[in-house]
Design a protein around this ligand. Structure first.
Ligand SMILES: Cc1cc2nc3c(=O)[nH]c(=O)nc-3n(C[C@H](O)[C@H](O)[C@H](O)COP(=O)(O)OP(=O)(O)OC[C@H]3O[C@@H](n4cnc5c(N)ncnc54)[C@H](O)[C@@H]3O)c2cc1C
Length: 500
């Protein structure tokens, strides 16, 4: 039986990101992926939100995505665009980039980190005991792992087999989504009818001189709200043709579909993200309407929250209880995503009174303070983990400041490329001695001249020192008195190493 420290079921964006995080920490991890290769039918997610781009920047790989996509103000709430160009982040925008490209780029990073991916193989079941998990594969093989992670999407077998409840709400809307060719030039853009919102758009584009140029002809993406909820048949080209005629009076001569699927606003969240040696990440843990484009982003950020914790547990530097902080921190984040997607779906219903409510919300969001609040929420920049009372930075993302250090100028995110925690001292150089954690935590004396500003919060007082976790969130803020520093180091990075 082949052994790995961690086996990840599912090599979508979440599984790939988690594998990369574990590999960076030197953990023996493998992915089992049902698809024969990384190719993805259809487009699915359309891009990355600001905090996800920051997360990728923290690992030094953001440029790989930025160079292939289209930077734009894509953050929104119920179709209201929220401009974040005045936000205090290097990535004050979103990135238009289809999910197949996101997965391809992530997979190539994971390959560089030498993670084995068992393509064309499916996890069919598992049995966990006190020391590990036996994972059965569809090809008859078994793998043995210390931990099994379900990154296997909304219909997660891992979640079901672990017996983890998936409570939530049944769908209220249903839509057909397709990529087809058309003999006639369609009317692109959004159209609203009594049955709901519909959209047609070109899929293939080139970027020339910073401008998006859609290809003439080429693949067309179609989204049609269905008049009934609850259809379970596989949608066909005929369904699509009939739907187009009902809304546009013509089907524009559709043919050659490369992808036809259905999505709904089913909204559910795993009651627990962990059952002993089995954890759920990404869509396996939460599903909701695609409105607002938060699904992939939430999954990738789940992975970055769990990766370093799981690595420390596997390497025995931290106790198993560290894994419980994954649910404690990430469950409320996805619960909020579920809540705000439900609100958006409700606001987008085709009803005059709802339209009035949507216009009212749009008016509210045109005011500066509400725009900043909602944009920070929708872009993931306002995430705040509850680490107790303290400086506003505590539990929030560390800004990517331009620092001056003994090794020259560098950005904070560059210190996180290897996914190692860092204690940044802006006070008297050499004021901190963290020798008992020196094998795990970097200690850097730095200078920073500018203001400290957080999205939607504003300017905060400059701290003397901050302890930053590998996921970029601030675990401790203090000064040379070092009150609570040893506790924070122990909580997050394990007990001190005894000096001989
Ligand atoms: C129409 C649409 C538009 C969307 N738009 C956006 C958007 O703009 N922004 C955004 O952030 N999100 C968007 N999403 C959501 C996004 O696509 C998902 O949230 C994202 O794909 C979740 O990633 P994942 O890796 O958790 O799961 P998945 O992408 O579902 O990946 C799961 C993987 O596991 C594999 N698998 C499943 N079962 C097994 C098994 N038993 N063994 C082995 N492998 C298995 C599957 O083949 C798959 O590769 C959209 C979704 C849809 C449907």
């Amino acid at each position: 039986m082949t052994e790995h420290a961690v086996v990840i079921a599912g090599g979508g964006p979440t599984g790939l990101m988690l594998a990369g995080e574990l590999a960076l920490a030197g953990v023996d991890v493998a992915i089992v992926e049902r698809r024969p290769n990384q190719e993805l039918a259809g487009s699915r997610a359309g891009g990355l939100l600001s905090r996800t781009i920051e997360i990728l920047d923290q690992r030094g790989i953001a440029d790989r995505f930025l160079s292939e996509g289209q930077v734009a103000q894509v953050t929104g709430f119920a179709s209201v665009r929220l401009d974040i160009s005045d936000f205090p982040t290097r990535h004050n925008y979103g990135l238009g980039l289809w999910q197949n490209h996101i997965e391809r780029i992530l997979a190539s990073w994971v390959r560089e980190l030498k993670v084995p991916i068992y393509y064309g193989s499916e996890v069919t079941g598992f049995a966990q005991d006190d020391t590990g998990v036996d994972v059965q594969l569809s090809d008859g093989r078994s793998l043995r792992a210390e931990y099994l992670i379900g990154c296997d999407g909304g219909r997660s077998l891992i979640r079901k087999a672990a017996g983890i409840d998936f409570p939530g709400w049944d769908p209220t809307t249903s839509a057909l989504l397709a990529q087809v060719e058309m003999t006639e030039e369609p009317e692109t853009g959004i159209r609203r009818t009594p049955s709901g919102m519909h959209a047609i758009g070109k899929v293939e584009y080139e970027i020339k001189g910073g401008e998006v140029i859609y290809k003439k002809g080429g693949t067309v993406g179609v989204m049609l709200t269905e008049s009934h909820v609850g259809n379970t048949n596989e949608p066909t080209l005929r369904d699509l043709s009939e739907g187009l005629i009902a809304v546009y009076g013509t089907d524009y001569g559709i043919h050659s579909p490369t992808w036809i699927t259905r999505f709904t606003d089913m909204t559910r969240q795993a009651a627990s993200y962990r059952d002993r040696r089995v954890l759920l990440v990404g869509d396996a843990a939460h599903v909701h309407s695609p409105v607002g484009g938060q699904g992939l982003n939430t999954g990738v950020q789940d992975a970055v929250n769990l990766g370093w914790k799981l690595a420390q547990v596997v390497k025995r530097t931290s106790p198993e209880s560290l894994l419980d902080t994954y649910h404690a921190e990430r469950h409320p984040i996805a619960a909020r995503v579920l809540r705000n997607t439900m609100a958006q779906v409700a606001l987008m219903r085709p009803d005059d009174r709802i339209e009035a409510a949507r216009d009212t919300v749009a008016e509210l969001l045109s005011m500066d303070e509400p725009r900043k609040r909602f944009a920070a929420m929708q872009s993931g920049l306002d995430i705040h983990y509850d680490f107790g009372e303290g400086h506003p930075l505590l539990g929030r993302r560390m800004p990517d400041l331009d620092l001056v250090t003994d090794n020259g100028p560098l950005r904070v995110f560059m210190l996180l490329h290897d996914a190692r925690p860092v204690l940044l001292n802006f006070g008297e150089p050499g004021g901190f001695d963290i020798t008992p954690w020196a094998d795990r935590v970097q200690s850097i004396d730095a200078k920073y001249e500018g203001t400290w500003e957080l999205p939607s919060i504003g300017v905060v007082t400059a701290p003397t020192a901050v302890l930053i976790r590998p996921d970029g969130y601030v675990a401790w803020v203090g000064d040379l008195a070092q009150v609570g520093l040893a506790d924070a180091l122990t909580t997050w990075f394990g007990p001190p190493t005894r000096q001989s």
